[in-house]
Design a protein around this ligand. Structure first.
Ligand code: WT7
Length: 570
């Protein structure tokens, strides 16, 4: 078996009992502010605590994009997030209200997000690429009271169709008239920065709502609580290996859970300097960001590594990446090839981590202190009980494929699916295990190996896309009668979205029509939901109950046998 041998981290994982205690309640009381107030607030812990403990002048945020370059200390962030909290409070936000943040990465995004959490709101971060329908369904489902967005994006927020939405705060210079739009900068200018604004909450109170896709139905609102901080803090230490002097860069946007759990809370709960780079990916830009900020710990995704691997090798020679000491990956299977390439060009092993929106924090990981088997996701964290089970909840022996399942009870686990108890309960349908939806096996050393999703969820460029939402939108196009959407294997992106469609009477298939359909999805849903390939068929395979059989579409695509067709229409 191929292994890449370890480089020792600062901790010793041999003693599981020792590390396990960090998940214990007594630790919370010692490390965080509980001792002072009997309650807690994850935003306070991430920012203010460092000021109180004498780290106020330390750089907290190194922000840059094509137009701005700014740094913020923990003290500065404390003042700003307090102001944002006062702004939200004055505009009527109270504990438990849903506040959405819909804007490109910028310091304002981070300040608004933390400010809203300071007053006890549940924040819904939305990726900037979302279009009107995607925005609407999320605000509607959560009955959001407020949204923070920009003048550029406001046309995608259908204010009039959202009866619960009371206030729109716009971050920008030119605030259009109407709908009681508020100017972020004006409100922040007059806001107080006093500490009393902080809402102390229970560990089990919510702080973030991340919408994610399943294989059926609308996106699900995955609800996380302040308690998650314990595990974010611990995994930032154990897995990201963050230490006082680190400069850390997580490339994910806060619209996805990686961008909150490890783009905000992991590093800031640990008091570490956090790099945020706005704008789009390019190999030059990313290497520049590593070099300029002297990044030491870098957390990214397989798609990005594959793109960097595909870039001109000469690019690498232009940059000094010697500050980097630890590299990690999440989101999709990390190909052994990429691990080997990373070791060669960066002289560091890329450490894979496995977790999900629903799990809130890392669960199965490669540690610095253990050998890496390229292609494996690593081992469960101390305190995490992971298993491969069959349909009856029985644990399977090594090398047998089955459901990757976790014993519930880890601190960062989702506490509900917003407005949908049934969906929530479905995760625990097999003997009370949390069933991830991934198929995997375990080897005799306890390493886990990812094999695939066992539902129809598509992972494209590390983003999770539900086929149902795209299919529903496709059939809204005037030419489309039926649609079935699958993930097609792709070297760079992991999978790409492929749509099979049949047309309505009177329409004929052409390249132009395909382009029009793609543009339709892009403007109505979002750029990352656009099918890169469209194939037109007279008829799509359906069950007798009329459900499109994606399994058959996949078999068509891969030239494989379609399996049991007994439920097919004809
Ligand atoms: C799905 C969850 C929270 C991280 C971002 C994705 C896939 C995640 C790995 C990995 C193979 C992975 C799984 C999982 N996935 N990490 N290291 N190796 N697959 O979060 O959008 O909730 O997607 O991403 O299929 O179920 P997400």
């Amino acid at each position: 078996m191929e292994v890449i041998s370890p480089k020792m981290g600062n901790y010793n994982l041999a003693n599981y009992e020792e590390t396990r205690k960090f998940f214990h309640w007594d630790e919370v009381k010692k490390v965080f502010s509980w001792s002072k107030t009997g309650n807690i607030n994850i935003a306070y812990e991430a920012i203010d605590r460092h000021v109180e403990e004498g780290r106020g002048d330390k750089q907290a945020l190194l922000y840059s994009d094509a137009h701005r370059e700014e740094t913020y200390t923990f003290s500065e962030l404390k003042t700003l997030t307090n102001k944002a909290a006062h702004m939200f409070s004055k505009l009527g936000v109270t504990k438990g209200d849903r506040v959405f943040i819909f804007m490109p990465r910028s310091p304002e995004l981070y300040v608004a997000l933390l400010g809203a959490i300071k007053v006890g709101a549940v924040v819904g971060p939305l990726f900037e690429a979302f279009m009107k329908d995607a925005v609407k369904s999320r605000l509607e489902d959560s009955a959001a009271k407020m949204i923070v967005t920009t003048p550029d994006l406001i046309t995608r927020v259908p204010v009039e169709e959202l009866p619960h939405l009371e206030t729109v705060i716009l971050v920008g210079e030119n605030i259009p008239d109407g709908h009681g739009y508020r100017s972020y900068y004006d409100e922040m200018n007059i806001a107080s920065d006093r500490d009393e604004i902080i809402q102390w909450v229970d560990l089990e109170d919510g702080y973030v709502l991340h919408y994610t896709s399943g294989s059926t139905g609308k996106p699900k609102g995955v609800y996380h609580v302040h308690h998650a901080m314990i595990q974010q803090y611990q995994t930032a230490n154990w897995v990201l290996d963050l230490k006082e002097d680190d400069i850390y860069w997580c490339t994910a946007d806060p619209g996805w859970v990686t961008g909150t759990s490890y783009g905000i809370f992991g590093p800031w709960l640990s008091g570490v300097t956090n790099v945020v780079r706005g704008g789009r990916f390019s190999p030059d830009d990313w290497y520049q960001t590593l070099e300029k900020n002297k990044v030491t710990v870098w957390y990214s995704a397989p798609t990005a590594f594959r793109m960097l691997m595909g870039a001109d090798p000469a690019i690498l020679k232009k940059y000094d990446l010697s500050s980097v000491r630890h590299i990690l990956s999440v989101g999709e299977p990390l190909n052994p090839e990429v691990v080997r390439w990373g070791y060669e060009v960066y002289q560091h092993r890329i450490h894979d981590t496995w977790w999900m929106t629903e799990t809130g924090a890392m669960l199965i990981c490669n540690y610095l202190a253990e050998p890496i088997k390229p292609g494996s996701m690593g081992k469960p964290l101390p305190g995490i009980e992971a298993a491969i089970i069959n349909d009856h909840g029985e644990e399977l022996p090594p090398y047998r494929m089955g459901h990757l399942a976790i014993k519930p009870g880890w601190p960062a686990m989702m506490r509900k699916i917003w407005n949908n108890d049934q969906k929530y309960n479905e995760y625990f349908a097999i003997s009370g295990w949390y069933v991830s939806g991934d198929t995997a096996y375990k080897d005799e050393d306890g390493y886990f190996w990812f094999q695939g999703r066992n539902d129809d969820v598509i992972m494209t460029s590390g983003e999770r896309v539900g086929p149902f939402e795209i299919e529903s939108k496709l059939v809204e196009h005037p030419a489309v009668a039926e649609a079935g959407v699958i993930g097609k294997p792709d070297e760079i992106r992991g999978q790409i979205i492929k749509a099979f469609i049949s047309l309505r009477e009177g329409y004929e298939y052409s390249e132009e029509l395909a382009k029009d359909i793609q543009a339709f999805i892009k403007t109505e849903l979002s750029a990352h939901a656009v099918p890169r390939e469209i194939e037109c068929r007279d008829k799509l395979p359906k069950t007798r109950s009329g459900k499109i059989m994606r399994r058959v579409l996949k078999a068509w695509e891969l030239n494989e046998p379609a399996g049991d067709l007994s439920t097919m229409e004809d």
